[in-house]
Design a protein around this ligand. Structure first.
Ligand code: PRP
Length: 202
């Protein structure tokens, strides 16, 4: 049996549609209910919805053989898994944003609000800037608007959220998209099936 972890939400639905179009269908997965685990006996596969941030945990520990995770989450969690395929869905960017009139003072410690403390730390250590990390759970745009932070390190897709809150991108960090990841020992023992899935969904 192959176990597949998909991220619950918009990105996961896009990825599920790629799987379904490739012949890996799990009836009921897109129904609006609270069921989390779906099995296709014919394929001998099981697919389940997990919180996006948790996909690498299920895959690293082998509960899922494969999974789909945003590159942002992989960079943040740095799991010990194989990253096998760019699923070319959910394109966006990790960036630093600040108020439109923000004037950086390089002498001051920069207050950075983010949901991605490791990505932020890595980025600022790569440019040698001392920062004070403020970890938040979503709606990051509020932080510079209300003065909690100087900047945010966040995902930018269309840029609408920044624009509507009078913020703009000041530094680009990384291009992001959904990636197919695999548990290392599952790939060793079920590599043929996983490679076939990759061929069909890519
Ligand atoms: C993400 C991100 C931005 C927004 C960017 O938030 O954190 O807030 O999307 O998208 P845009 O550039 O198209 O406006 P999400 O909707 O995932 O919710 P969150 O704020 O709770 O993280």
């Amino acid at each position: 049996m192959i176990n597949i972890a998909l991220p619950k939400g918009r990105l996961g639905e896009k990825v599920y549609k790629l799987f379904a179009a490739a012949g890996y269908e799990f009836p009921g997965m897109l129904d609006n209910n609270r069921k989390l685990v779906f099995e296709n006996e014919e394929l001998n596969m099981r697919c389940f919805w997990v919180k996006p941030f948790d996909v690498p945990v299920y895959v690293e520990r082998g509960t899922a053989d494969i999974g789909a995770a945003g590159k942002d989450i992989l960079l943040e969690r740095n799991p010990d898994v194989y990253e096998l395929l760019d699923l070319k869905a959910g394109f966006c960017r990790m960036a630093v944003a600040a108020k439109n009139n923000f004037q950086d003072d390089p002498e001051k410690i920069l207050r950075v609000a983010t949901e991605f403390p490791n990505i932020a730390k890595n980025y600022y250590s790569s440019i040698g800037r001392e920062i004070d990390i403020i970890t938040l759970r979503g709606s990051l745009e509020l932080a510079p608007v209300l003065g909690l932070s100087d900047v945010i390190v966040d995902i930018v897709e269309t840029g609408t959220t920044l624009r509507e809150n009078n913020l703009s991108v000041i530094n680009f960090i990384e291009d992001l998209s959904a990636r197919l990841i695999a548990n290392k020992s599952a790939y060793k023992f079920k590599g043929n099936i996983i490679d076939e899935i990759i061929r069909k969904v890519s």
